[in-house]
Design a protein around this ligand. Sequence first.
Ligand SMILES: Nc1nc2c(ncn2[C@@H]2O[C@H](COP(=O)(O)OP(=O)(O)OP(=O)(O)O)[C@@H](O)[C@H]2O)c(=O)[nH]1
Ligand SMILES: [Mg+2]
Length: 195
Amino acid sequence: MEKYGLGPNGAMILASDIMVNYLDDLKDEIDEFNADWILVDTAGQLELFAFRETGPLIASALGFGSIQRAVSFLFDSNLVLRPNGFISTLLLAASVQFRFREIPQINILSKVDLLDEDQIEMIVNWSQDFKALEESTSERESGLIRELSMNLSEVFTQMGSTAELMPCSIKEENGLDLLFGYLQRIFDSDKSKFY
Ligand SMILES: Nc1nc2c(ncn2[C@@H]2O[C@H](COP(=O)(O)OP(=O)(O)OP(=O)(O)O)[C@@H](O)[C@H]2O)c(=O)[nH]1
Ligand SMILES: [Mg+2]
């Protein structure tokens, strides 16, 4: 912040842009682990990574050699209990998908330990059946939000974006085996050593 005369937000954005100058170092460090799987956790503030030019560039650069990549987008359970929260998260997930269009994307419902079984089922159902989402929207939202949500869910229905949400919880360590299996399914089986 001092060096470039920036405020906290500008400094974070610049720092993420400068990361591009250290790609080789990053690759070398990751290489040293010689790992089968690498999980790169990026900032939840999408304007710091996904929406910058540098985000997709870094993601492509880290997929060196024959390494296969996937983007995992987290739907935070705290934010998607109502149709309008679900739809705004779905919009974010869709724009991340547009940004990283070369890379397959998995959508995950995170922190499901905060929800009960019925809530999990309802939210997963919204992700697979946009008609159900439309019905919940019309029941539970009102005014402009209801109208906008209805229009948006109509667009998602027409787009056929029925990406399955995968429930996971780090706290209870559940769903991770499902995620692992799903990742293997989207990776090319000929190149994966887990087949
Ligand atoms: N109940 C519950 N809490 C979780 C889980 N995973 C993370 N948290 C908590 O959620 C809070 C916020 O953490 P995250 O959602 O991971 O967010 P972050 O990584 O700090 O920030 P961004 O990824 O940049 O948004 C922390 O207090 C975590 O301990 C989970 O599976 N269950
Ligand atoms: Mg995080």
